[in-house]
Design a protein around this ligand. Structure first.
Ligand code: MTE
Length: 337
């Protein structure tokens, strides 16, 4: 990841005041029926909280069937109760190199990125393969909200109320064979619609590729994501379908997925290819293994300010050790960073 010294600060007018935001969140927690038609059903065995919504701004659009599906979202497990990062930050401070390398570029340049129709190709070592519409992909999966920490390799972090469903449930449908040891994901390659893919000075080769070991991909925390804050995914956050792997650095959470392949060999991933000594295949959040150019011991939780930076200690596996540490019991995490 390129770290830019002069990354433009997000304008304060664009950021919801944090205290205001927290008040709104408390209100949402206790509002009961006050949300009226916006309220989503809470099932008996799901956590007793409401799905977080941000209705003042809706970015991009989504088909009606998707809107209806999102309306049936229920609160899921594994959510942190740490303060959630304001919507304006999550949607204006982005890494999506296909739309530019500055943090504000994706929100500016992805405005007209339409994602309907969308299809996903399933290929490789599986019994069920082929081209599927987004609706085919999503139909059997009820949506849940999971509020996860997102830790970028650049040492900033956020807390995001994602909407999605377990990747494991999707994988099961395609019946991977015994040869399938890894899952490879690919982002759309369309230089006409993605200006960053036309750049001669690009730091990375497109299409963007990511990968997981099969046991990582089927871990209960790995999430296929289609929304955030109660609405569909804005284009800058990887519409219409992205991955979120909360115990790994953010670059593993690949956006705008068009291809999923089951492979016997470990895929060569984008950042690993472009700087193998800096970005590994595993990319587990690890405060004990520094990036060659900066420490990973602490992180800057967004939003913060020059006078009130929210600097905090980074947790092993981003705090998700109880769910994932067993996956790496035989692995030297210093060598396999
Ligand atoms: N996926 C694609 N296709 N292109 C990218 O540039 N950036 C990654 C990841 N997924 C990226 C991507 C990085 S470095 C991070 S930190 C997260 O997306 C950021 O997700 P967000 O913008 O929704 O916070």
């Amino acid at each position: 990841m390129l770290i830019k010294r002069n990354t433009p600060a997000i304008k304060s007018s664009e950021i919801t005041d944090e205290q205001l935001y927290i008040n709104r969140r408390n209100l949402l927690k206790t509002a009961g029926t006050a949300l009226g038609a916006m309220a989503v059903p809470v099932l008996a065995n799901t956590p007793k909280r409401k799905v977080l919504r941000h209705d003042e701004t809706v970015i991009g659009s989504t088909p009606d069937w998707m809107q209806e599906k999102l309306g049936r979202t229920v609160p899921g497990n594994f959510s942190t109760d740490e303060p959630v990062t304001p919507f304006e930050y999550i949607t204006k401070y982005n890494n999506f190199y296909e739309f530019g390398t500055d943090k504000e570029d994706p929100s500016r340049n992805a405005k007209d990125f339409h994602t309907d129709p969308w299809s996903v190709e399933i290929m490789g070592e599986a019994e069920v393969t082929g081209q599927f519409t987004l609706e085919d992909i999503l139909r059997p999966h009820p949506l849940e909200e999971r509020i996860y920490r997102l830790r970028c390799v650049e040492a900033w972090s956020m807390v995001v109320p994602w909407i999605g469903f377990p990747l494991a449930d999707l994988i099961k449908r395609f019946k991977p064979t015994s040869k399938a040891k890894y899952v490879r994901f690919e982002t759309l390659f369309d230089p006409e619609r993605m200006p960053g893919q036309r750049s001669f000075f690009s730091a990375i080769d497109y299409p963007y590729v990511e990968g997981l070991r099969m046991d990582e991909a089927t871990n209960e925390l790995a999430l296929m994501v289609v929304g955030l804050y109660g609405q569909h995914l804005p284009p800058q956050n990887g519409a219409p379908l992205r991955l979120v792997i909360p115990w790994k650095y953010g670059f593993k959470s690949i956006k705008s997925i068009v291809r999923i392949e089951f492979t016997s060999r470990r895929p060569r991933t984008t950042w690993e290819r472009s700087a193998p000594n800096e970005y590994g295949f595993y990319a587990n959040v690890n405060p004990n293994v520094d990036h060659p150019r900066w420490s990973q011991a602490t992180e800057r939780r967004l939003p913060g300010s020059l006078f009130r930076p929210q600097r905090m200690e980074t947790m092993m596996f981003n705090g998700y050790g109880p769910q994932v540490a067993h996956l790496y019991s035989d692995l030297n995490l210093k060598r396999n960073f």
